[in-house]
Design a protein around this ligand. Structure first.
Ligand code: GLP
Length: 241
């Protein structure tokens, strides 16, 4: 596992943005997995800014997000579809058919999960996954305890995240919230993983994921077993390594 420590948050954002651009330039039909959250907003903006200034060919690029919320309208500002559309897919002009996302609403999420995987596999599967990490070690929405053999499925959210979504959406309390997430097995089958984290609040979990035992208690620790994995951090997130 390669560990890259950027001296500042800005250089982290820039480095992560260039990882995405480098993948697009080196493989014009690359299939690129993204993740949403505070970690990725600036890097997506930088990719969009560079593309606007120095356009390059993205007509063969496929984008998808590692996870999506369930049982909320897709138009909710916090849905992964809307976030990636606004932050990256829209600014790059990625056509709808090359932006692969499961729906947020469905009567059969198991079928949606299979279809999501099938669409990725028809394109040769993911070349790159930019992988955020939750403060409890989750990747995608795979919470602690998720088996490493898990395949794309609907997982419960972590309680803090769920509380935030409920505050922001006022969904009825009886609506079951969750997230359709690529399973740990699917994530591990990506050709290249880049685990990304910035900020002091991620330092402890990054240490556990990177230096601790490989255990389902810390889903992100599984990346230690990946043959082509980079951990990209700013100095604060790396401060306990
Ligand atoms: C959510 C997302 C994850 C993301 C994580 C980290 O749980 N579903 O994909 O990696 O948040 O978010 P942040 O970057 O805001 O810390």
């Amino acid at each position: 596992m390669k560990i890259t420590i950027c001296p500042s948050e800005v250089s982290f954002d820039q480095t992560a943005a260039w990882r995405i651009i480098a993948q697009m330039l080196s493989k014009p039909n690359a299939v690129i997995g993204l993740s949403t959250g505070q970690t990725t907003i600036n890097m997506h903006r930088i990719v969009s800014d560079i593309f606007r200034q120095y356009p390059f060919d993205v007509s063969g690029i496929t984008l998808f997000n590692v996870d999506e919320l369930t049982n909320l309208p897709r138009s909710y500002a916090g849905s992964c579809y809307t976030m990636i559309l606004n932050q990256l897919a829209g600014p790059l002009g990625i056509p709808e058919e090359n932006f692969i996302m499961p729906p947020t609403m469905s009567a059969d999420f198991e079928a949606e999960a299979r279809l999501f995987e099938q669409r990725l596999s028809e394109r040769g599967n993911a070349d790159l996954q930019m992988l955020g990490i939750g403060s409890n070690g989750h990747i995608g929405i795979n919470q602690p305890g998720t088996p490493f053999e898990s395949e794309t499925w609907v997982s419960p959210m972590d309680p803090d995240f769920e509380a935030r979504v409920r505050r922001e959406t006022q969904v009825p309390p009886d609506t079951v919230l969750g997230g359709l997430t690529r399973g740990i097995k699917n994530i591990m089958h990506t050709r290249k993983l880049i685990l990304i984290a910035k900020g002091a609040h991620k330092a402890a979990i990054v240490r556990q994921a990177v230096r601790g035992p490989v255990t389902t208690d810390i889903p992100a620790s599984v990346i230690q077993l990946h043959p082509n994995c980079e951990v990209l951090l700013d100095a604060e997130a790396a401060s306990r390594l």
